[in-house]
Structure formats: C-alpha cells, structure tokens
Design a protein around this ligand. Structure first.
Ligand SMILES: Nc1ncnc2c1ncn2[C@@H]1O[C@H](COP(=O)(O)OP(=O)(O)O)[C@@H](O)[C@H]1O
Ligand SMILES: [Mg+2]
Length: 277
C-alpha cells in the first residue's frame, strides 16, 4: 500500500499496522496491570462487552505509539472465552515535560484560584494539576461524546495518569489514521459526511476538539472514529473556543478538499455555529 508522503510519523504507522501476533495460550497475566477500575469508569450503562470482573486476566500486547505527552499500549483483557482489546493511553511524568504549549489551552480554569495561579506559574505542583486537568478532560469528554452517540472509543476507565479506551482495530492491525488509510473515492466522500455528523454532535455537546486533524481520526471498517481529546474546550465558555472550532473545521476540510471532496467549509462552519446559538 503506498502511503502519502506528508506524514512525518509514517514509520510508526507501518509498525502499528502489523503488530506481531502473540500466541494466546502460553502467556502469563501481567501482575502489574490494573484490570477494571470501577472508581472512574465510562458512561453507564457500561456496555456489555466490557469485562469488569476482578477475575479478569490482563496482558500487554505491545506499544502502539509513543508521543511527546503520552504512550499508547494495546492491552488484552480476558475472562474465560471473553476478550477485550483496549488502548491504554499513559500520560508521561508531568513535571518535566512540555504539554501542547499553546497558551490558548492554558486559559482553562480549575475553579480554585490557588491552583489556577500555580498552573499559570508553572510550578511543579501547578504542572501536575495542569496534567491532571488534561487527562480528566480527555476521559470526561470522551464519555460525554460517546453517550451522545458520537463516533469515539468507549472510555472504559481512568486510573491516575492512564485512560483505557476501547481499542479500534483487531489483533492484526490497529485502525490506521485517516492520513494513512487506503481509501477509494466513494469511501472518502462517505467519511467526509461522517466527519460533518461528528462535528455536529460535538457542537451540540458543547465540545471543540481543539486539535482535530486527519491524524486524530481513525478509519476502521468504513467508520470514522475520533480520538485524542485532552485539549478539548467548550466553544462558548472558552475565550478561543470559536477560533479553535474554526481551525478544526479548516484542518479537516482542507484534507478532504485535497482528496477532491467539495466541502463548502464556510457553510459548514455557519451550520455548526447555528447549532450553538
Ligand atoms: N482507541 C484507540 N484505538 C486504536 N488506536 C489508538 C487508540 N487511541 C490511540 N490510538 C493510536 O495511538 C496514537 C496516539 O494516540 P493519540 O490519542 O492521538 O495521542 P497523541 O497524538 O497525543 O500521542 C493514535 O494516532 C492512534 O494511532
Ligand atoms: Mg494524536
């Protein structure tokens, strides 16, 4: 499959697409792995496919992607014949790394003046809070969107700096990102319609992704699935919400336009805004 030249992370995508198959039988459960954590879990009712029993065994199949903020692992949880594949997104040590340092995102407030000040000042404690804010935002936003029927992975659980999500893909291959998915013309057109529907649901939920691009959209069996939401903001409550919405729309439309889809992005943005007011 020829891959487009504009993806700086293509090597990783290739690695993602064919992870090694690990035999199921001779594997030991990973004693370190956290199985289901009921404390912070996704929207109720928890889908019946999620294995929540304490007796579950869990095993890490490997790393999907390393990033500057988080690493994503594929985890297999089993209970008897039942199997869950999960994507565990583990945020890095918070003190000594730079978040997406777009000052725009930092205007999000915790509601506690002392914490907000620490965040602004970038103290060690402040950085920790800022990081937790991002992890919580990703988990909470995914839950809200999922409950509204948006095409996002079900957020299974959150434990400290790790969010565990429904994994999009199968034992053989993770879902490719939109930039790297092999697609025909009709499929691209259909995916565009799905992207529009996704944006509409998001706006109705009061969510702007804030970093939406073909790198944060996966394609699996004809379905477009959005991921990577730690920087999500409210379009109206956040000072730059509308500007970020416009940027998201531009990023997505520009890609589809390059693929020959007529997007009329001005109209799309106007439609989305009309859902807000
Ligand atoms: N639920 C998931 N199912 C399958 N693959 C995933 C899932 N979540 C993340 N990935 C893979 O991991 C990569 C990084 O995840 P992402 O949430 O975009 O984090 P970041 O871009 O901040 O590193 C994605 O591009 C995708 O390839
Ligand atoms: Mg991403």
């Amino acid at each position: 499959m020829p891959l487009p030249p504009d993806d700086p992370e293509l090597k990783e995508v290739e690695r993602i697409v064919r992870p090694p198959r690990i035999p199921w039988d001779d594997e030991e459960p990973d004693p370190e792995a956290t199985t289901y954590t009921a404390a912070v879990h996704g929207p109720d009712p928890v889908p019946s496919w999620v294995i929540t029993e304490d007796a579950a065994r869990q095993h890490e199949l490997g790393i999907l992607k390393t990033g500057k903020e988080a690493d994503v692992y594929v985890v297999r949880r089993t209970l008897g014949e039942r199997v869950n594949l999960l994507a565990a997104k583990r945020y890095r040590d918070f003190e000594d790394r730079t978040f997406r340092n777009d000052a725009r995102y930092r205007r999000r407030r915790t509601g506690d003046a002392r914490i907000d000040r620490a965040v602004d000042q970038g103290t060690r404690v402040g950085m920790g809070f800022r990081a937790m804010l991002w992890v919580n935002t990703e988990f909470e936003t995914l839950g809200r969107l999922w409950a509204a029927g948006a095409s996002v992975p079900y957020p299974v659980q959150q434990l400290d700096h790790e969010v565990m999500l429904e994994y999009i893909g199968d034992e053989w291959s993770a879902a490719p990102r939109l930039v790297a998915a092999p697609l025909g013309k009709a499929e691209i057109r259909d995916l565009y319609e799905q992207a529009v529907a996704l944006l509409q649901t998001m706006v109705r939920c009061g969510v702007v992704h804030g970093d939406l691009s073909p790198y944060n959209l996966l394609v699996w069996q004809g379905r477009l699935v959005m991921i990577d939401l730690p920087q999500a903001v409210d379009p109206l409550a956040h000072a730059d919400g509308l500007a970020l919405l416009q940027r998201d729309v531009d990023n997505v439309c520009a890609w589809f336009e390059r693929k020959g889809v007529e997007t009329r992005r001005g109209d799309l943005l106007a439609d989305l805004l009309s859902l807000l007011f």
